[in-house]
Design a protein around this ligand. Structure first.
Ligand code: XMP
Length: 308
């Protein structure tokens, strides 16, 4: 791919398709959606509004961090707080696909409302090729693929543009660099749309989100040095016996996931020293309800990267 040509061609296409109409971009802060946002901004300037939906399932400090970066790049940005809506939709659901659908429906309701409020006609999304292939292949339901899974975007009142749908992650990173985005974005680990919900097996509750968020912060900090493709914490639904305050106690289990991959279609677990794993274990078991920490050795396939 010729990066400069891609950028020129894509911004031209966005301009031509959208014309003078107001456009929204759903930006999550990941490299895909930030690249889309910057391409959209270059094509449309102030006619583009970046919407960042705070689902309550982001990592620690993420909503504030992302909106700050976008503002620095001169992108008109709006942060929509919708935590309660997502938690309500996820309440009581344990089946992975039901959770994904609940997330997706809520996401599009919130976004659809924003489109109406802002009187926007177009929506730019950061769907990439791997999302489409995996959704078509039935590996999972991606929340950000509409037409490919037979959903009529019109139902949500949107016309959707997906400028990155022919690209894989490494190409998107190349474009991010060419757009002068900071390394913090161009090399950012993929973070799925449904956020921490993909890392909570079983029901998503505020308490369980808090646990997985705390453990994620520890793992990301300690494993950053390995430059993995993705690393995060997973909260299992099973419990196990441990010792808390000198007494036997049934507590939660956290899994450390850390994988290397080039395009997320396949992945291998990272080699982590036993000392480093122990260091992480000590920090994570300080979280009150956690009694055990495991390291996941499974490549993709047969596992997937995320847990739901
Ligand atoms: P899996 O778990 O299927 O994930 O091996 C492959 C890659 O896709 C990311 N992922 C998602 N990204 N929306 C996204 O934008 C989603 O619903 C979603 N689910 C998984 C995952 O983090 C990994 O990089």
């Amino acid at each position: 791919m010729e990066v400069k040509r891609f950028i020129a061609k894509t911004t031209q296409q966005i301009k031509k398709t959208v014309g003078n109409q107001k456009t929204l971009v759903a930006c999550s802060g990941g490299v895909d959606s930030v690249v889309c946002t910057i391409l959209g901004h270059q094509a449309l300037g102030k006619k583009l509004l970046a919407i960042f939906i705070d689902s309550g399932l982001m990592r620690d400090g993420e909503p504030e961090e992302v909106t700050k970066i976008l503002k620095k790049f001169g992108v008109k940005t709006k942060l929509i707080r919708a935590r309660a809506k997502f938690l309500k939709a996820l309440r009581g659901k344990v089946d992975p696909e039901r959770k994904r659908k609940a997330f997706r429906d809520t996401f599009y309701k919130v976004l659809g409302q924003a489109v109406k409020t802002e009187k926007a006609k177009f929506l730019i999304q950061g769907t990439i090729k791997a999302d489409i292939i995996e959704t078509q292949g039935g590996v999972k339901t991606q929340h950000n693929v509409l037409e490919q899974i037979g959903i009529d975007p019109q139902k949500y009142g949107l016309k959707v543009l997906e400028p990155l749908k022919e690209l894989f992650k490494p190409e998107v990173r190349q474009i991010a660099k060419a757009l002068n985005l900071p390394e913090e974005i161009s090399e950012r680990m993929p973070f799925p749309g449904p956020g921490l919900a993909t890392r909570i097996v079983g029901e998503v509750t505020p308490r369980r989100v808090k646990i997985v968020r705390e453990a994620t912060k520890i793992i990301e900090k300690e494993l950053h040095q390995l430059k993995p493709f993705q690393t995060f914490a997973v909260l299992l639904s099973d419990k196990a016996t441990g010792i808390k305050g000198g007494k036997r106690a049934l507590g939660n289990i956290i899994v450390i996931r850390c994988v290397n991959s080039s395009n997320a279609m396949t992945a291998k677990p990272s080699k982590i020293s036993f000392e480093l794993l122990q260091k992480i274990q000590k920090k994570i078991t300080k979280i009150p309800s956690i009694v055990r920490v495991c390291y996941d050795l499974t490549p993709k396939p047969p596992a997937t990267i995320e847990y739901i």
